[in-house]
Design a protein around this ligand. Structure first.
Ligand code: SF4
Length: 471
């Protein structure tokens, strides 16, 4: 036998209730109570009311618990969509409270930005207001938005500007001509979260700003950003130990430009890589960098030849996808072996970049050059030459003469030790234009340059100084 439905004592009340009720919810509750009392099964009642059997039970329970009284609704209670619990909310707001009690300015957009960073996802402005209301901050914010004195006027204006720029992030690349990978990570991180990324030096301090400087000589240019709020300054030219927040650092933007390995296990005294990145290690492969469409990829691995199997893997991926790869940071010639030369010969590269940092490496360099040529890898590699660090002028000249005689293309890089030494600036000009070093001595180049400044000469005649001098 089926169980007798409950609510028998409310039968008459439910009938009266149905005649007078104006709220659809009340009607539904009364009918859900009455129909089973009239002999209908729960299934049939659910069919008639157009709801589920489970819902019929809940409606009946509600009506019985309310004692047949209209107008009262029962909620489930509790917060089901909370971002943070009360304790975490208080802890999250504590720094803002400290700032406010110290006389500092708090804007809703600042709180919103911090909350989004904390949660790792966008948050509606209403959620931030609700959070602040829960912690009795309404009056403080109203005073900022509604005040009228000169100071308050400025506060109101700032709050308005910040409101307009609430979902903006500012990235400033001081000196990199190539894409700046750290800033690209910032761009991707925020763009995928719905932010607009801008490059506006004048907005630094007004919206979250990331500044990167790669070369120490440009360090002065970032001093003005140092003490601004919401601004992170970093880069190898500033302080290589400053890192992006871990969640941004973990981003791998597929922009055909990046690293498949980081670090280096050598410790060349002039190089910042072992300090800033540590021991060599694998970071990913071609597919973490390549967007799947471009025909060319630039890899910035500092010394991938220290990981021979990883080098073979990435090269095989490049070959399989018929791509051109630029090993932009150069390959360590000391680690070139038959296997490496074989792989290089089968890989498309726009150039072959090596480095010759000391005159003592010349014999080994000659040997490796012959090995590369045996495998028909490019005959005239570009060879970086660091000058002015721990080598004498004569040693620098010896390396240049050796490379030129071997048919390589030397490329001088001045160490900051000699950054202001004009002799080295002329040396760099003589070598890095490639053709003067082949046709005239340093002394002749320097004399011609002194006698007829290149820029003036070009302006007057439209001709290259040295081409004319040779004729
Ligand atoms: S081998 Fe290259 S990357 Fe490694 S420490 Fe020397 S210069 Fe730096």
């Amino acid at each position: 036998l089926a169980r007798k439905p409950g609510g028998e004592n409310l039968r008459e009340l439910a009938k009266e209730f149905l005649a007078t009720a104006t709220d659809a919810g009340d009607v539904l509750r009364a009918r859900a109570t009455l129909l089973p009392l009239e002999g209908l099964s729960l299934e049939r009642t659910a069919e008639i009311l157009g709801v589920s059997k489970w819902r019929v039970c809940r409606l009946r329970t509600q009506f019985i618990r309310l004692g047949g009284k209209p107008g009262r609704k029962t909620g489930r209670g509790g917060r089901r969509r909370e971002n943070l619990n009360r304790g975490d909310e208080a802890e999250f707001l504590a720094p803002f409270i400290a700032t406010a009690s110290g006389g500092g300015e708090i804007s809703v957009s600042t709180v919103r930005y911090a909350l989004e960073v904390r949660l790792g996802r966008p948050v509606a402005l209403a959620s931030v207001y609700n959070l602040l209301n829960r912690h009795n901050w309404r009056r403080d914010l109203t005073s900022v938005n509604g005040a009228t004195g000169p100071l308050q006027e400025e506060q109101r204006r700032t709050a308005t500007v910040r409101g307009r720029l609430a979902r903006h992030v500012n990235i400033i690349n001081v000196d990199s001509r190539l894409p700046n990978l750290a800033l690209e990570k910032v761009r991707h991180y925020y763009q995928t979260r719905g932010y607009q990324v801008i490059t506006r030096p004048d907005m630094a301090g007004k919206v979250p700003t990331f500044v990167s400087v790669l070369f120490e000589k440009n360090r002065m240019q970032v001093h003005r950003y140092e003490d601004l709020p919401d601004t992170l300054v970093g880069g190898s030219g500033y302080d290589a130990k400053i890192k992006l927040p871990a969640e941004i650092e973990a981003v791998r933007p597929k922009i055909n430009f990046g690293f498949t390995s980081r670090g280096c296990s050598r410790s060349c005294p002039f190089c910042i890589v072992p300090v800033s990145e540590g021991e060599v290690r694998v970071e990913g492969d071609l597919y973490d960098v390549w967007d799947g469409r471009s025909r060319r990829v630039t890899l910035l691995d500092n010394n991938i030849l220290q990981l021979p199997s990883h080098f073979a893997l990435v090269s095989s991926q490049v070959q399989k996808e018929l791509l051109t790869v630029d090993w932009n940071q150069g390959l360590d010639f000391r680690l070139v072996s038959d296997e490496v030369a074989y792989i290089l010969e089968r890989t498309r590269m726009p150039d072959l970049r090596l480095a010759l940092d000391s005159v003592h490496h010349i014999p080994l360099f000659r040997e490796k050059l012959q090995l590369l040529r045996r495998y028909k890898v490019r005959r005239d590699p570009l060879v970086y030459l660091l000058v002015g660090f721990d080598s004498s002028w004569d040693e620098d000249m010896e390396r240049i003469r050796f490379l030129t005689a071997e048919g390589c293309r030397p490329y001088v890089m001045r160490h900051p030790n000699v950054g202001k030494n004009s002799k080295y600036a002329v040396l760099q000009e003589w070598v890095n234009q490639f053709w003067p070093v082949k046709v005239m001595s340093y002394e002749k180049f320097e004399r011609l340059r002194r006698e007829r400044p290149d820029r003036k000469r070009r302006r007057l005649t439209g001709m290259n100084t040295f081409q004319e001098a040779e004729t």
